[in-house]
Design a protein around this ligand. Sequence first.
Ligand code: MN
Length: 220
Amino acid sequence: MSLVFAPAPVATVPVAGGGSYPVHRIYCVGRNYAEHAVEMGHTGREPPFFFLKPADTVVPVPEGQTGTMAYPSLTKNLHHEIELVVAMGPGGKIFGYAVGLDMTRRDLQNEMKKQGRPWSIGKAFEQSAPIGPIVPMATTGELTTGAITLDVNGLRKQTGDLKDLIWNVAETIEQLAAAWDLQAGDLIFTGTPAGVGAVVRGDVMEGHIAGLGTLRVEVA
Ligand code: MN
């Protein structure tokens, strides 16, 4: 059977050292650093929970470049969340890691929380997942520790360490794999440290994770 119209192109992310990583799904972990959970009004270790973004919400930013994300519709409170992204490869193995931003329409998310409704409108919108090059695990080794930071216009806003993840990467993969068929091409945004806040048009966000370099994105 022939397709009745041309399919959307496959979303891809550049791989450090060459090639493109085809994105299948984007899983995100909620409240996975204790201090961020507190700033969102929660305490204690709760079971991990997940939400998804469509694959085509990625904004791939090549090494050394400044990416651009359009300020999204409907919101007056667009928040940055800097996150370690795990890129799955074949056979349930980690292919590599990247620096990512789980951009959030916080006002819309909060409204949905209040009503007990899904977060999609707050999380899964156009260009909501800027991401830097995927660095193969062959280069980085397993990432379990290291500074994760975000600056806005040169001012430090978020600071954390990967060792402070409430649910570490291995546990997160195990939990995800129990609920979904994890496969090659799946990206996992592992949660954000404390210090989330709003950005406006013209702001430049600079995220950094030890061993993975810098992700630079301007809000246009
Ligand atoms: Mn997040």
